[in-house]
Write a new protein. Structure first.
Length: 169
């Protein structure tokens, strides 16, 4: 598989009430095809967020948007553009980081959580110092992280709910 230059195909999801920013690395091939976050059917992100907040698993993009915004979550990715082979985070090179300042300025975000080590790596390298918010790396919900079943992910991701509901960690 050859490298392809990918520019993020869609914008961030947030509103003025967002308190938490969850960052992925870059949308997968399936997410790029769906033109929305976590589009791979085996990615556990949407079932996990639904379970965290005791909500039904959203099926449509509109339901997904409503779920995260209801719970004060903003979403985007640490990488705006890069060269990548398929969906392989390990192949990423020539990174152009996402400008996250607009989200911080237009919301109440005080905490950043990274969905996996790759997003944390690029956030830490390019955006953390500029924004002045340290990020917490959470285990990836990707199907490539098969060792982490949803109940195990829940134990680590519950901090997201705590911050969203109570504003603390």
């Amino acid at each position: 598989m050859d490298y392809e230059h990918i520019v993020h195909p869609f914008g961030p999801l947030y509103n003025s009430e967002s308190r938490v920013l969850i960052l992925g690395s870059l949308p997968s091939v399936k997410s790029r095809e769906a033109n929305f976050f976590y589009g791979h059917p085996r990615n556990r992100y949407w079932p996990l967020i639904a379970k965290l907040f005791d909500e039904p698993v959203p099926q449509t993009i509109e339901e997904k948007k409503a779920l995260v915004l209801k719970h004060h979550i903003a979403m985007w990715d640490a990488i705006y553009a890069c060269d990548i082979k398929g969906s392989s985070d390990s192949s990423i090179k020539n990174v152009e980081p996402t400008d996250l300042a607009q989200i911080i300025a237009g919301s109440k975000v005080t905490h950043v959580f990274c969905n996996g080590k790759t997003s944390w790596k690029y956030y830490h390298k390019y955006q953390e110092k500029e924004l002045g918010i340290s990020a917490v790396a959470l285990p990836s919900t990707s199907p490539a992280n098969a060792a982490w079943q949803i109940d195990r992910l829940m134990t680590e991701w519950k901090v997201v709910k705590e911050v969203c509901e109570y504003g603390k960690t």
